[in-house]
Design a protein around this ligand. Structure first.
Ligand code: NDP
Ligand code: 8X3
Length: 249
């Protein structure tokens, strides 16, 4: 990993922070982004000068492009992009959901991810060396009540990942979409804005941890260069599928 530069979005919490730690531990240089400066400062103190923190809002397209163009020399040649920043806002049914929540999810999970990928890809293609890991979700494949726009944004991430492969087949740039199920991070606190409700999501279950996801990303990044993992879907052993809903009158 000593020659790799890893750009991890959403590194102030959850999967992203665990991923930054995992790659630094293995000798990589890591660019860590997020909106919460104090969290990035703490991570910088913890991980040292192989970490390059950037305060960045995924909804600010111009800032995303400027951040990639303005990277210092030691971090300029991004070889692994982990498109992780994002999340769910609300769990309301479609006719009751807040429109601002929908727009926020689309702007972060879809637009921000696409803009950043577009900014990073030309360098990877020019160097013929790159890996893009997109964090999707089981919500992309399995609809559930209140999942509406969140699931749809992750369906974009799934299909975008596969379509990137179609364009990059001759460029030596790999793309993997990782689709986790129930994982304990700040995800539910952000979604439900209520600590007790968020804690209840994980009660009585051993969920996937942030470190589990980081280890999966790290595994993908360490595979031989001739292998591309297209998709990984992962769930806790205590999670599975439900029956179809039938509304009887
Ligand atoms: P966390 O809430 O713990 O972390 C989310 C990260 O995304 C934070 O670092 C946050 O940083 C960043 N982020 C969110 N919005 C923005 C924004 N507008 N601009 C910049 N950064 C942003 O959740 P997870 O670690 O669980 O989530 C990571 C990814 O995994 C998300 O894409 C989520 O949808 C996905 N996922 C999560 C699952 C789960 O059950 N936990 C399961 C499947 C997928 P900050 O607030 O500082 O900006
Ligand atoms: C997070 C998993 O099932 O809460 O993407 O949507 S789920």
């Amino acid at each position: 990993m000593n020659n790799e530069v890893v750009l991890v979005t959403g590194a102030t919490s959850g999967f992203g922070r665990a991923t930054a730690r995992r790659f630094i531990q293995a000798g990589a240089r890591v660019i860590a982004t997020g909106r919460r400066k104090e969290r990035l400062d703490a991570l910088g103190k913890e991980l040292g000068d192989r970490l390059h923190p950037i305060v960045l809002d995924m909804q600010d397209s111009a800032a995303l492009v400027a951040a990639v163009q303005g990277l210092p020399k030691a971090f300029a040649d991004v070889s692994i992009l982990v498109n992780n920043a994002g999340g769910a806002l609300g769990l309301d049914t479609a006719h009751e959901a807040k429109l601002d929540d929908w727009i926020g999810m689309i702007d972060t999970n879809v637009r921000g991810l696409a803009v950043l990928t577009r900014a990073v890809l030309p360098g990877m293609v020019a160097r013929r060396h790159g890996l893009v890991v997109n964090i999707g979700s089981v919500a992309a494949q399995y609809p559930y009540p209140g999942g509406n726009v969140y699931g749809a944004t992750k369906a974009f991430v799934h299909q975008f990942s596969l379509n990137l492969r179609a364009d990059l087949v001759d460029k030596n740039v790999r793309v993997t979409c990782i689709e986790p199920g129930l994982a304990e991070t700040e995800f539910s606190l952000v979604r439900l804005k209520d600590k007790a409700k968020a804690d209840a999501v994980y009660r009585g279950v051993k969920p996937i941890s942030a470190e589990d996801v980081a280890e999966t990303i790290f595994w993908v990044a360490n595979l031989p260069a001739h292998m591309n993992i297209n998709l990984i879907e992962m769930m806790p052993t205590q999670q599975a599928f439900g029956p179809f809903a039938v509304h009887r009158t």
